[in-house]
Write a new protein. Structure first.
Length: 268
């Protein structure tokens, strides 16, 4: 795979699963994905692209092969914004170790303490086994829908000085029905933090940035940038909690927004 050539001054961030990458991989979806890749390559002198995803780099690579993608973006924030990679012009991935140097070294111990404390409160969360391995992201499922349980998870996690992302699972992305994702990450990590870090380090304007997502764990990122959109195929939760929703799904929804941006700014 190649990287998109050049690099523009408007940052565009994509969640990966069920946003940039359609799990069903139908012929129509893949045709739209080819159109999106052509568009991003054509306008790479204006747009700087970034995948911001909960998936590990290993699972991203498998999905890239499955969809026969031709291009990497300029950057990838994988494993729920705990690993940040720059893609060189040769298509090689370079880890930004400075980003991870901001995280606490005893993160895994703190997660274990949270899980044990929840167990003392008779609240069991089950570890996920489909997310790959990453020292900075520990993923669990909560099977239930009790608001007091979710509040307790958030309260206990906060007391141990780490962060947690809680969102309703999306079965279309391979998650179990009726479950919540419980994603423990260090404070200073996460999708929004990764976007902020890149904006600060590379002098992008957050207020001018675009972001696209499909589920609850994208909402903070979408609300943080100046132009955040839930795609038409997004979850009911995401659509109900965000005021910008595209008419189209997957690449079609992304293209309707970015095409309008290019047309409106063509003369500038």
């Amino acid at each position: 795979m190649k990287r998109f050539t050049n690099e523009g001054r408007t940052l565009v961030c994509f969640d990966f699963d069920e946003t940039y990458f359609p799990h069903a991989c139908t012929s129509e979806q893949l045709e739209q994905l080819r159109r999106l890749e052509d568009f991003l390559e054509q306008h790479s002198h204006r747009l700087s692209t970034m995948w911001v995803t909960g998936s590990s780099l290993e699972t991203i690579a498998e999905k890239v092969r499955r969809a026969d993608m031709r291009y990497f973006p300029h950057r990838i924030a994988s494993s729920l914004g705990t690993e940040l990679y720059h893609i060189t012009t040769a298509g090689e991935l370079e880890l930004d170790s400075n980003f991870q140097s901001l995280f606490p070294s005893d993160f895994s111990r703190r997660v274990e303490q949270v899980v044990n404390t929840l167990a003392h409160h008779a609240l069991t969360i089950e570890p996920q086994t489909n997310m790959g391995t990453n020292a900075w992201m520990h993923n669990y499922y909560y099977f239930g829908d009790r608001e007091q349980d979710i509040a307790l998870i958030q309260e206990i996690t906060h007391s141990f000085g780490i962060a947690v992302n809680v969102s309703r699972c999306n079965p279309l992305a391979g998650d179990p029905v009726g479950a919540h994702d419980i994603d423990f990450i260090p404070r200073g990590a996460g999708k929004t933090a990764a976007v902020d870090y890149v904006c600060t380090r590379c002098a992008f304007q957050v207020g001018e940035a675009y972001a696209f997502g499909d589920s609850g764990n994208d909402l903070a990122m979408l609300k943080h940038v100046g132009n955040g959109y839930v795609l038409g195929n997004g979850t009911k939760q995401a659509k109900s909690e965000h005021d910008r929703v595209t008419a189209g799904s997957y690449a079609e929804g992304i293209l309707e927004v970015l095409t309008r941006f290019v047309q409106e700014t063509r003369s500038h």
